[in-house]
Design a protein around this ligand. Structure first.
Ligand code: FES
Length: 342
């Protein structure tokens, strides 16, 4: 069997600038050798990060970009991981590969004149891309943004937000930190219904775009519903390379009819009611994943053979779909199936 990595069209990117946002967050400005790269604010780029132990794919929301360049704003996480590698190795003049921008968490979902952005930590990055876009195309937009950060030093884009507020009369920004410091006059504490309802009193009547850790988004979803918000008016984008909710990590006996699943030559089983990702994780085969909802493209694999029910949610470009790629988190088997990891 050919074990070469699949060759979906990759962008060769050069890092043309790096700037510090906070002590642990940097923005990397990237330029493609093939020319300007288009993206819709809110979309993400999946980077191929060449860790010493082998490359890993990680999805990062595009925080901005002009003139065909793209900017990624990335927080350094644990030592040995992809984000730390990027902070230590991606410098002006160095290169990195990526899959083209993708994702459905964009202002294309907008159907309400009143918007709310609710973000936690690095979840501010897609919001910032969408806010910059609104500042150019609809500066009168009615938008309330609540952001939760760990401490004042970790608040992203503070200066730019103040500038945008001066240009956008209907923009309100509320920031809450869980570790206060002298000189902090904003909200204090984690996200809660009382805090969010105080910062955005009409939250339930707004269309919400929410990005942050899974637990944070779940809490905000419940608060929005408790405030009378309609489910269809709540959109999320997750990050962090985690297993999707509901994906059991321990082996269990297959139930009911199923099929054979071969992953990079290893034969396992898949039930009809689970995704390729769930079946793989259940049997100890790790497929990198991010959103778990078909949006970010991190879990892209090549379908070598078999029939599948594939339901990408913006995480696959038409070219990749035509080349036989599928998203493991949103694809189910309809026969015996063989896939190859990217
Ligand atoms: S994990 Fe995001 S598309 Fe599958």
């Amino acid at each position: 069997m050919d074990m070469q990595a699949p060759s979906a069209a990759l962008l060769s990117l050069s890092c043309i600038a790096v700037r510090d946002e906070t002590p642990t967050v940097k923005t990397f400005r990237l330029r493609a050798g093939s020319g300007p790269v288009g993206f819709t604010p809110g979309q993400a780029l999946v980077l191929k990060v060449p860790l010493p132990g082998g490359p890993v794919w990680r999805s990062f929301t595009i925080s901005g970009g002009t003139g065909g360049d793209l900017e990624l704003t990335i927080k350094a996480q644990a030592p040995g991981g992809a984000t730390r590698w990027l902070h230590e190795n991606l410098r002006e003049g160095s290169g990195i590969e990526a899959r083209p921008p993708r994702g459905a968490f964009t202002l294309g979902l907008r159907e309400n004149d009143r918007l709310a952005f609710v973000s936690g930590g690095s979840g501010a990055t897609p919001m910032m891309a969408m806010l910059r876009h609104l500042a150019q195309t609809d500066p009168e937009a009615d938008l309330a943004w609540f952001h939760a950060a760990r401490d004042p030093a970790e608040v992203l884009f503070a200066r730019e937000l103040a500038e945008l507020q001066a240009r956008m009369p209907n923009l309100t920004v509320a920031i809450s930190v869980s570790r206060v410091a002298p000189g902090w006059f904003g909200y204090r504490g984690r996200v809660s219904r009382a805090r969010l309802a105080t910062a955005i009193p009409d939250l339930g009547r707004r269309q919400v775009f929410c990005c942050g850790p899974q637990g944070f988004m779940q809490e905000v979803r419940l608060i929005h519903a408790a405030e009378g918000g309609a489910r269809m008016q709540f959109h999320t984008e997750s990050f962090g390379g985690v297993a999707p909710a509901g994906a059991p990590m321990t082996e269990a006996a297959p139930e009911g009819p199923g099929f054979g699943l071969t992953v990079n030559g290893r034969a396992i089983a898949i039930r009809a009611d689970e995704t390729l990702l769930q079946a793989s994780l259940r049997q100890g085969v790790i497929i990198p994943c991010g959103c778990g909802e078909g949006m970010c493209g991190t879990c892209m694999v090549q379908l070598v053979s078999g029939r599948v029910d594939s339901r990408p949610n913006g995480g696959l470009t038409p070219e990749e779909a035509a080349e036989g790629y599928v998203l493991a988190c949103s694809t189910r088997a309809a026969s015996d199936v063989e896939i190859r990891l990217a």
